[in-house]
Write a protein that binds this ligand. Sequence first.
Ligand code: NAP
Ligand code: MG
Length: 415
Amino acid sequence: MSELIHMKNPLIEMDGDEMTRVIWAWIKETLLRPYIDLATLYFDLGLENRDKTDDQATYEAALATKQYGVAVKCATITPNDERMAEYGLKRMYPSPNATIRSILDGTVFRTPIMAAGMVPYVSAWKAPITIARHAYGDIYRASEALLVDEWADARVDLVLTRSDGLERRLLVYDFAEAADAGGADGKGLAGGVVLGMHNTEASIHSFARSCMEFALSRGENLWFSAKDTISTTYDRRFRDIFEQVYADEFSERFVAKGIEFFYTLIDDAVARAMRSEGGFIWATKNYDGDVMSDMVASAFGSLAMMSSVLVSPEGNYEYEAAHGTVQRHYYRWQAGEKTSTNPVAMIFAWTGALARRGELDGLADLVGFAQKLEAATLKTIASGLMTADLADISQLDKKEALGTEEFLQAIAAQL
Ligand code: NAP
Ligand code: MG
């Protein structure tokens, strides 16, 4: 065997829980350590250690990511009542991903991993579509009210109060007036619903910058869509900020990279996406991203083949698989059964992080290794060797479902 590849700066490594924690160790042992003198700063985000450190492990890992710039994360349990009992936790810790996201102020990009035999349901799609969802505000941080019975004749205003006390009121809707004008139908159907939502200048700017950084790193076009013809202030502000950030900070780098940024209406973006060949990044507002990311994920085939990366506006990257800890498989594995859990998105989290680290540190051999490992993984699947979840949906004629360890061995042989 030839010499190991050396690294200059360490990756921030965040270990996790359950089946993905088990596979995490196998990936390092089978696919990484034989080739790389792997340098990581290790943080144990497994639930037991989060409990032991009062969640300091999560904070420290996020801060280290800010310092070093590239992290790779295993899936982690987000505690709920059952987990409180199962692990005897001191308290209900927040989701590590939410903690890390708020410290890095990042945007999450989800990209399907395409392999031979996995045919997207949309026949035009030849390359992955990455959804960038703005994960702050709008209806996810809103105040809502149901106005019926004694509130059915309410008048609803948006009241803006400045710190010096000056007030401005914008009428949202006057339910009483609507009823007087015959809006209620006499069968008690008066009143309705209202919603007040917000977003912030800082968050929209960060979102725009993260999307543009990510488009540059992938060398793919960036679309941003909203509904500024109807929402001429709110959505218009998103559009204006994107266009301004682009013009002020990114246009030259985009031109040099040969990629484009454009804004289009959400309806036009949906129609264009369906007819496209894929291979672009689609930045969406919070709700649009929530919906479109599920559509794109299922149209490309499988949650286990979905990679995810958190990108901060300063260009810090945290790579992970989009799936969770695969709890059901873990209980079977604990009981001594062999499982066929798909490690592909986890492998791609490592290759994404290693390639990024290699690019930042000018290590062509590290970047090259990451590319070879991705190619070997896809070639293994193309040769008909895969995990059970893929064998179920693969359209290859010759296919065989392997256990996770055999599948990793097959990739190692290919590599
Ligand atoms: P999950 O771990 O994604 O698994 C849901 C189901 O999807 C599995 O039971 C399995 O189906 C299938 N699946 C997911 N990944 C797979 C893989 N790599 N290979 C094969 N099949 C796969 O979601 P969950 O069961 O809802 O959540 C489990 C734990 O993960 C929870 O504690 C949750 O908090 C955590 N979670 C963490 C993250 C994160 O850290 N990013 C994200 C989501 C959830 P079958 O059992 O039918 O084979
Ligand atoms: Mg959703």
